[in-house]
Design a protein around this ligand. Sequence first.
Ligand code: URA
Length: 448
Amino acid sequence: MTVVELIERKRDGGRLSAAEWRELMARYAAGEVPDYQLSALAMAVFFRGMDDDEIVALTAAMLESGKRLALDHLTVPRVDKHSTGGVGDKVSIPLAPMVAACGVAVPMMSGRGLGHTGGTLDKLESIPGFNTRLSLDVAARQVEHLGCALIGQTAEIAPADRRLYALRDATATVEAIPLIAASIMSKKLAEGLTGLVLDVKSGAGAFIPTLERALTLAKTMIALGQRHGCETVTLITDMDQPLGVACGNAIEVLESIEVLKGGGPEDLRAVTFALGEEMLLVAKVEATRAAARARLERALGSGAALAKFQEIVVAQGGPAGLVDAPERYLASAPQRAAFVAPRSGVVQRVEPRPIGRAITALGGGRTRVEDSIDPAVGFLVHVRPGDTVRAGEPLVTILARDAAAVEEARTALGRAIVIGEAVPPRRALVSHRVTARGVEELAAGGAS
Ligand code: URA
């Protein structure tokens, strides 16, 4: 069977067998199939979809194209969390040490920011010296000794996905649910996990904005996890507004440290705890949500989670005194200016996408993979939809390099923050819980 024949079959609505997917991806990873043929196939999948067996086969093929974290010998459960990302989503930074401090191994593999969304790796790299590029062997040893490593996808993990993802990004084929599910899960399954918690964002700032498609993605990834013996649970969480107050890089690390000290914005704490509870439940170190919550509270209250974060920072090359004096180590922007309410009224929308793009314009995000990041810039967003504001009241603190950047940011914020008269409906912060058994609509949550 030639690659052209496989493309033709997919184009015409047919399916490829597991053996065909395996051989195709092995040959692609080895550089024997050109990008233009995989681009055509990805576009055929975009329009024709894939059946469940094909998604399983593609995931396994991409997983097997690389190595795995060697953690099977550990006696403790191994659980990670993956978020589909958004603006202000720094949850991984406080969550990983919190869960590790509860006796669960957390080999956390995160990504970089692209487009309007921020990336955990970029945020962590605003800590001077912090090295996210650990080899799999070094990361495995750190997880063994400290219970946690905060790393990026190395060249050793799912190389076929790495190549295909870059190709999809350049050919408008990222948004195909079977391809997204196989891409995310091939990397997560390479971490040798016993359990996985997914945070699928829904709302205007989410990679997949509609709830219906977010649920389809969640169910597809859960089925893949279960097939590989990795219990997988998903929370659908809100990304219709930025999460927390800080949106940028260094300031998101600062806000994460606040959470680890027992403070931080309420919405950020709520999502962090909700995901942490699920991680302790899939790890089976606690049997009820209340017990999981209490354990996480103890890890925070005792200072164990904060100490764990500091240990991880030092192990990965960062400064020993970071959590005691974060401002001493984290870059701060030379310009701080207020964006004030242009009129009195009720905040209708705080649009995450334009806010994310404005952070990129300030230098805090990237439009191309090779762009560098300015860790110091960003926004402190002090308002939420539903807040009553008065004309002239400061709504956002702008952190920028120079006065021209401040003015540009003000223009963007003027479009992103909509003030009107009506009180907007409240959106649930954590709206659904999806497991292999089905979808539960959650009454709790409710920050707006
Ligand atoms: N993140 C991934 O890792 N892969 C995708 O396809 C989309 C988001």
